[in-house]
Design a protein around this ligand. Structure first.
Ligand code: MG
Length: 519
């Protein structure tokens, strides 16, 4: 029975001491709520000069959050709770794990280091923008050298068992280790190359499609996105918003206010369609959590990899599947109109072009992971000290050529293409491939090539399945445990290899029958 005035989390957090801790941590929760709203505004509506005060205000909030996470009362409470873990339920254990992890990370990284990193990365990001425009790695080099040094220092302070890169991976994906990533790539890279050879030999999936050059009307595109989100049952206006920004993203202010952004470039409509579906996948994860976790440290996606699995599942497996083509054609016919007279097979081939290219963000689902493998290989070497920053551009270009058979013509197309390193994010890239890996495990759990819910394009059914297995738990279980519980095994490359082989080598033979969902 629900008692009046009791917060919803009382139903899952029963331990009096932990309830008290959650109540005291509400300030941290509220600060994050405010910081997220400020960041959303910064990317969508804020006038350009507003950045001067906004970044200063965000820095103060971050410092305040850091001081709460390192306060002695919190550490004492967590230590006390850790001594009686066996008395606690799964939610309470999760709460202790999540808060202990935050405390451990915040304590290991002194405020001086955090501020030093914030300062250098803020400068580095500005320099990177100019360096990329001029395609001049030497401009960015001294900043990257400092950033790598800071990351190595962080790794030492955070501690690790086998490899300093482990400590950085763990910041983005709790429990992920270098050896896990190596194991995934050791199977995925050769399998991908084989699939790619087959795709080229066969020619069913084209390298280019004439629809890529077609221009669309942006107002009509906005209408298409609204209808697309309606089809996906995104609660626009109730618990969701869609806005525009230079780089699409998802951000939430709790489970009742989840926002995504889209970018319209004016041509090649699959780009805005699939970035909207991608962000929708992230948003659905936030929206479908157990509302009893709201306003506690347990709310929010459990890790970047699991989060990315949700966006990639909707984008690639649902949205780029043959079953999605009738709806996509109907939406496009009724809005931007570029698909009238284009049949479902052509539409399918347009949204599934496969083209080995130098730019990661434009990569298709076959070649994408090779871009991540390249970054993983180089990052690991930088952190262990076996590669110097000044050797990076050449190492990048050679590895790119070896993996994808293409060579960047300059630094802008090569080592300078991503913003991540300028932010200090080293150890982040592997979570993208982990997302693809977990998305394919979801596909396999749904039945793989025979997945009924995909064949019928049963959107509510898929959402309910994901809610029950994954979304509802928030951060209750560590990511590897959650994946094991929900999908039967910890992340391995098998399902992704199976998916790519099926879609790119066997599906073409029966594409006609799959293009119309069997409702
Ligand atoms: Mg994403």
């Amino acid at each position: 029975m629900k008692e009046k005035g009791r917060p919803p989390y009382y139903e899952v957090i029963r331990d009096p001491l932990l309830r008290y801790m959650v109540r005291r941590l509400r300030l941290l929760w509220a600060l994050e709520h405010a910081a997220n709203l400020m960041s959303w505004d910064l990317e969508t509506h804020m006038p350009r000069e507003g950045i001067r005060d906004r970044s200063a205000a965000l820095e103060e909030i971050t410092a305040l959050m850091h001081s709460i996470a390192t306060s002695s009362w919190l550490r004492e409470m967590i230590e006390a709770a850790q001594e009686r873990l066996e008395e606690l339920n799964d939610y309470e254990k999760g709460l202790v794990r999540v808060v202990a992890r935050e405390v451990r990370i915040a304590t290991a990284l002194p405020e001086e280091l955090v501020r030093r990193e914030a300062k250098i990365t803020a400068e580095a990001t500005k320099v990177w923008e100019v360096a990329r425009k001029r395609s001049d790695f030497n401009m960015f080099k001294p900043y990257l050298e400092q950033i790598v040094e800071i990351q190595r220092e962080k790794a030492e302070r955070l501690g690790y068992e086998d490899h300093p890169y482990d400590a950085l991976l763990d910041l983005y994906e709790e429990g992920l280790r270098t050896r896990h990533v190596e194991e995934i790539f050791s199977k995925l890279v050769p399998a991908t190359k084989k699939v790619l050879d087959e795709v080229r030999r066969r020619g069913f999936y084209p390298e280019r499609h004439m629809l890529e050059d077609k221009e669309y009307d942006v107002d009509k595109a906005r209408e298409m996105v609204r209808r697309l989100l309606g089809l996906l049952r995104f609660p626009l206006g109730e618990r969701g918003r869609v806005d525009e920004s230079a780089h699409p993203f998802t951000i939430d202010m709790g489970v009742y206010d989840v926002r995504i952004t889209v970018r319209y470039e004016g041509r090649d409509f699959k780009r805005f369609v699939y970035s909207a579906v991608h962000e929708f996948g992230h948003a659905l994860y936030e929206l479908q959590q157990d509302p009893r976790l709201d306003q506690t440290p347990l709310v929010g996606g459990v890790s970047l990899g699991v989060h990315e699995s949700q966006s990639r599942f909707w984008e690639n497996i649902v949205g780029r599947g043959p079953w999605f083509m009738p709806e996509l054609k109907r939406l496009a016919d009724e809005t931007i109109g570029l698909t009238r007279g284009v049949d479902l097979l052509e539409l399918y081939r347009y949204v599934n072009t496969v083209r080995p290219d130098v730019i990661r963000v434009d990569a298709d689902e076959v070649t994408y992971n090779l871009h991540i493998y390249l970054r993983f290989t180089l990052e690991k070497k930088l952190i262990e000290g076996s590669l110097r920053v000044d050797e990076l551009p050449e190492a990048w270009n050679s590895l790119m050529e070896e993996l994808l058979g293409v060579r960047p013509r300059n630094d802008a197309e090569g080592v300078l293409q991503d913003i991540h390193w300028s932010h200090g994010s080293i150890g982040y890239f592997p979570t993208y491939t982990l997302g693809n890996v977990i998305a394919a495990m979801i596909w396999r759990s749904l039945g793989g090539p025979d997945a009924e819910m995909l064949h019928r394009l049963d959107i509510p059914g898929l959402q309910e399945w994901l809610r029950e297995k994954i979304h509802i738990w928030g951060k209750t279980y560590p990511p590897r445990t959650l994946v094991e519980k929900a999908l039967g095994a910890p992340p391995t490359a098998d399902a992704l290899v199976e998916y790519l082989e099926w879609k790119y080598t066997r599906l073409p033979d029966k594409v006609e029958e799959l293009l119309n969902p069997q409702r």
